[in-house]
Design a protein around this ligand. Structure first.
Ligand code: GDP
Length: 392
């Protein structure tokens, strides 16, 4: 499907930048337009792919291009004040060619955390196409203020979008790596997963037509109904059919062993589906109780078969207890077969409950410190016997 992506804040901008790179590499054509919004000028300048004209600096009057310093209330305020500037950038993109908006932001910071929900609310008022969010949760080691920001942004963002796709940095953090290097890998994981998913509805005219290709309306229907989503992914390398002969062993073209080879393809698909659903999700959660799901199988068309997808889909129905599990394939000439599973409307998410608990503790703690601060300062500044006089 074709998306208008808006990266809000530093993380949001960087991730949209990576999506453009992914589009170039894979020819998937999911980013119809890309915009970055930030209150920090340096962050906007650091982007590589997003066109300069599509980079919007907000809050100049208030923060002079220096960012909001993890103050997400200020982030929300300046987004509201400067929403017209963001709208101007959106006016320059062909929204009639776009299936949905995707607002991407890190929820732990200030600009994106506060601004992304404001923009979602604004877009919902103006456009009829869906507005989705891709929200990134901070790592648990980032500290109280980031957790509190994320918990508050999460509540607001979910309410304002048609669906909030969540990626949890904490689940993907790798020890012993620099933060920047770590983000590079994490961002690659984000675009790989969401790229396969959204790319599925965007099969170009010259690509082979699949047996049961996923349409963008199926992605939209899976996401409709709102709530929170997570994505599972698994892939396996395969050989492309370049020599002509080799592949027949897998596809059932070889005389005599047709049944076995078709069974092979089917088994490969079902095992990938299990791996994707039971492995690491973008937001860890219990998959039982998921309201709707979509299974996308990508790969060379020789490796995709209807029976495998149908079996994987049935298995997902059983695991989630959902009656609304869609499935289809996405043929692409890449030497891998990959399964992406969108689980939409997940509700059993202990990670969010923990995030909220830590956020409340951080909030109480900050309130206590603030309440005591005046008293403490007075105690420090005043001499015990009140013998000194201030100058004026
Ligand atoms: P903002 O510019 O004020 O919106 O804040 P940032 O986007 O810099 O940071 C918000 C949060 O996003 C941080 O707490 C991190 O958890 C996360 N973050 C920052 N940069 C990246 C990135 O490149 N990738 C990912 N996945 N997360 C990031």
């Amino acid at each position: 499907m074709k998306l208008a992506m808006i990266g809000f804040g530093q993380a949001g901008g960087k991730i949209v930048d990576r999506f453009l790179d992914y589009d170039d590499r894979t020819n998937s054509g999911i980013v119809r337009a890309a915009i970055a919004v930030n209150s920090a000028k340096a962050d906007l300048m650091g982007l590589e792919r997003i066109p300069k004209d599509n980079r919007v600096l907000i809050g100049q009057a208030r923060v002079k291009g220096h960012g909001v310093g993890a103050d997400n209330e200020l982030g929300a305020e300046i987004a509201e004040e400067d929403i017209d500037e963001v709208q101007n950038a959106i006016d320059s993109i062909p929204t009639h060619e776009v299936d949905a908006f995707l607002i991407v932001s890190g929820m732990g910071g200030g600009t994106g955390s506060g601004g992304a929900p404001v923009l979602a609310k604004h877009l919902q008022r103006i456009y009829t196409i869906p507005v989705y969010g891709l929200g990134v949760l901070p790592g648990t080691d980032e500290g109280g203020i980031y957790t509190l920001n994320a918990a508050r942004s999460f509540q607001t963002f979910v309410r304002e979008v048609d669906n909030l796709l969540v990626f949890d940095n904490d689940s993907w953090r790798q020890t012993g790596e620099s933060v920047e290097g770590g983000y590079e890998q994490i961002n690659e994981e984000i675009v790989r997963r969401f790229g396969l998913l959204f790319g599925a509805g965007e099969v170009a005219g010259d690509q082979e037509v699949a047996e049961s290709v996923v349409d963008s309306s199926e992605i939209i229907n899976t996401l409709s109904g709102g709530g929170v989503s997570t994505v599972g992914f698994a892939s396996e390398e395969v050989e492309l059919n370049t020599s002509g002969g080799l592949l027949s062993r897998f596809t059932g073209d070889g005389a005599g062993d047709e049944g076995l080879d078709a069974a092979n393809t089917t088994n490969r698909i079902t095992s990938l589906v299990r791996k994707a659903a039971l492995g690491r999700l973008t937001l860890p959660c219990e998959i039982e109780g998921t309201e709707r799901a979509l299974l996308v199988l990508g790969g060379p068309s020789e490796y995709l078969n209807r029976k495998g997808i149908e079996r994987g889909r049935k298995w997902l129905e059983e695991e989630t207890g959902s009656m609304e599990v869609r499935g289809g394939d996405y043929p692409r000439e890449k030497p891998e077969v990959a399964a992406a599973i969108l689980l939409s409307g997940v509700t059993n998410v202990p990670r969010i409950k923990r995030l909220q608990q830590v956020a409340i503790e951080a909030q109480d703690n900050m309130d206590d410190i603030q309440a005591e601060s005046e008293e403490n300062l007075e105690e420090l500044v005043e001499d015990d016997e009140d013998e000194l006089e201030p100058l004026f």
